[in-house]
Design a binder for this molecule. Structure first.
Ligand SMILES: [Zn+2]
Length: 128
């Protein structure tokens, strides 16, 4: 995730998190780097490629794990869940946001949106 976020700088990167949920705790086992399919200025927007989402879903099934969520980066910006992130999010899924400052990874936070996408709570994620 960090390598992908740094290499995409100053654009946003995005990707998919695979892993397992056991007893309410989510364990991310793999992060799949995806291309940013957003057609426009990518410094503060990202969009996943539906083909890559389908491929990730297939990979998850092969590995016997689930898609737990998604990650993306915020170039020269804090790791917070923006109004756009909230609008584009899906309930249940974890969302990791990585802050990349001047091309270097700075910090990351995880969020989970409520079911009507009006707010997102911080979430603790166990990363490999
Ligand atoms: Zn964002």
């Amino acid at each position: 995730m960090v390598a992908h976020a740094e290499s995409a700088f100053p654009k946003e990167c995005c990707g998919i998190l695979l892993g397992k949920e056991t007893g309410g705790a989510r364990q991310v086992g793999a992060a799949i780097a995806c291309r940013n399919a957003y057609e426009g200025e990518q410094k503060d927007r990202f969009q996943l490629d539906p083909k890559e989402q389908i491929a990730a879903d297939r990979k998850a099934r092969e590995m016997g794990v689930d898609i737990l969520g998604f990650f993306h980066s915020h170039p020269d910006c804090d790791a917070y869940f923006s109004a756009t992130d909230l609008k584009n999010s899906w309930p249940w899924y974890s969302n990791v946001v990585l802050s990349v400052q001047a091309g270097k990874y700075h910090h990351a936070k995880a969020f989970i949106a409520n079911s009507d996408q009006t707010s997102a709570d911080p979430e603790e994620l166990v990363l490999p």
